[in-house]
Write a protein that binds this ligand. Structure first.
Ligand SMILES: *Cc1c(COP(=O)(O)O)cnc(C)c1O
Length: 362
C-alpha cells in the first residue's frame, strides 16, 4: 500500500520513527530478553523507562517542580469524574466553561458530584461561530475551581488565551492540544489529557497537578482516581498502563529530538495556515469559526454542496487520505492534524481538495 495520511481525531496517527523504534525493540527490549509489555512495573528496567518519560515531559513543557505528573488510567472522561471527586468540596461549587461538546460533557459528568455552574461562551452570529474572550467570562467569586477545554476536538474551537481566575485553581482538559504549542504550566491547577491524540496510544491519561491541590479528595473517591494516592505511589498504586507509558516516552524523545514544543508549534501553525487558507480561498468549502478561535489541531470544514460528501470521502481515501469524516454531531469533514501529522500530509490534503473542487465545480 502506498503512503497513507491518517486524519483521525483519536486514536490518532503516531510518528513513524516512534513506531519503528517500538517495533525494533518490541520482543526484546534493550537485550533483557522480554518485551516492555512483559516487564514488572516494579522492575528496575521499567522504572527507568517510566522516570525517563516523566523527565522528558517535564523538559518539554517546562513543568515547575511544585507540580506532580501522574500517569493514570481512564481517559479524558475518567478525569471528568476525577476532577470533581478530588477538588470539589461538599457544598462547594465549580465553574464549567462550555465551549463545545467536550467541555459540555465534562460539566454534565461533574454535576453528578456537586453544584456545577455552567457558563456558555459560544454564540453564532451571522454565520460565524464567535467565542467570548476570556476577559469577559463571568466567573463566580466563590468557585472551588474553574474548568475549561482549551481545544474542542469535535467543534474545532481553540482558546489561546489563558483566563485570569484570581487565584481560583484553573483546570484544563488539554486532551487534544497538549504539547502542540507552548503553554505556561504555572497558570494551571490541573492539566489533564487522554494520550491518544498528541501523546501516544489510548489507555494512558496524563495529569499534571500543582502539589497544594493534592489531598482534597472526597471520601467516596475511588482509590484509582485519587490524585494523592497516585502521587504518593509514583502512579503505581495499581498497575499502570505500562506499554502506553513506554510509547508516550518514545514520543517525548522524538519531540525533543526535533526541537521540542517550540519547533513543533511552528510546524503546527504552518499546517493549520495551509489548510484554513485553502478552505477560505475556495468557495467550495467553508469553516465558520472566528479567526481568533480556530483550532490548530482539529479543523472541521464543510462542502457547500453536501451531496458531494460521500464522493469527497471516497476519492480522498483512494488518494491515501483517510479518516476525514466529520464527527456525527457536526457533520461535514474534519482533519485532525496533531503533532505526528507531517506538513506533507496537509499539503497532500490541500492538493486533493483543490483538485476535487475543480472536478466538481458546477
Ligand atoms: C478525546 C477527548 C476526550 C475523551 O477522551 P477519552 O480518553 O475517550 O475518555 C475528552 N476531552 C477531549 C478534549 C478530547 O479530545
Amino acid at each position: 500500500m502506498s503512503e497513507v495520511f491518517n486524519f483521525c481525531a483519536g486514536p490518532a496517527m503516531l510518528p513513524k520513527p516512534v513506531m519503528l523504534k517500538a517495533q525494533s525493540e518490541f520482543v526484546n527490549w534493550h537485550d533483557v530478553g522480554s518485551s516492555v509489555m512483559e516487564l514488572s512495573h516494579r522492575s528496575k528496567e521499567y522504572i527507568e523507562i517510566a522516570k525517563k518519560a516523566e523527565a522528558d515531559l517535564r523538559t518539554l513543557m517546562s513543568i515547575p517542580s511544585n507540580y506532580k505528573v501522574l500517569f493514570c488510567h481512564g481517559g479524558g472522561r475518567g478525569q471528568f469524574s476525577a476532577v470533581p471527586l478530588n477538588l470539589l468540596p461538599e457544598n462547594g461549587k465549580a465553574d464549567y466553561i462550555v465551549s463545545g461538546s467536550w467541555s459540555k460533557a465534562a460539566a454534565k459528568e461533574a454535576a453528578n458530584y456537586g453544584n456545577i455552574n455552567t457558563i456558555n461562551i459560544v454564540t453564532k452570529e451571522s454565520d460565524t461561530t464567535q467565542v467570548l474572550p476570556t476577559s469577559q467570562w463571568k466567573l463566580s467569586k466563590d468557585a472551588a475551581y474553574v474548568h475549561y477545554c482549551p481545544n474542542e476536538t469535535v467543534d474545532g474551537i481553540e482558546i489561546f488565551d489563558v483566563p485570569e481566575t484570581d487565584g481560583i485553581p484553573l483546570i484544563a482538559d488539554m486532551s487534544s492540544t497538549i504539547l502542540s504549542r507552548e503553554i505556561d504550566v504555572s497558570k494551571f491547577g490541573v492539566i489533564y489529557a487522554g494520550a491518544q491524540k498528541n501523546i501516544g496510544p489510548s489507555g494512558l491519561t496524563l495529569v499534571i497537578i500543582r502539589e497544594d491541590l493534592l489531598g482534597r479528595a472526597s471520601k467516596q473517591t475511588p482509590s484509582v482516581l485519587n490524585y494523592q494516592l497516585a502521587a504518593e505511589n509514583d502512579s503505581m498504586y495499581n498497575t499502570p498502563p505500562t506499554y502506553a507509558w513506554y510509547l508516550a516516552g518514545l514520543v517525548f524523545e522524538w519531540l525533543l529530538e526535533i526541537g521540542g514544543v517550540k519547533a513543533i508549534a511552528e510546524i503546527n501553525r504552518q499546517k493549520a495556515e495551509l489548510l484554513y487558507s485553502t478552505v477560505d480561498r475556495n468557495d467550495f468549502y467553508k469553516n465558520d469559526i472566528s479567526n481568533e478561535n480556530r483550532s490548530l489541531m482539529n479543523i472541521p470544514f464543510w462542502l457547500n454542496d453536501e451531496s458531494l460528501n460521500d464522493a469527497f470521502l471516497a476519492e480522498a481515501k483512494s488518494t491515501g487520505l483517510v479518516a476525514l469524516k466529520g464527527h456525527r454531531s457536526v457533520g461535514g469533514m474534519r482533519a485532525s492534524i496533531y503533532n505526528a501529522m507531517p506538513l506533507d500530509g496537509v499539503a497532500a490534503l490541500v492538493n486533493f481538495m483543490n483538485a476535487f473542487a475543480e472536478r466538481h465545480k458546477a
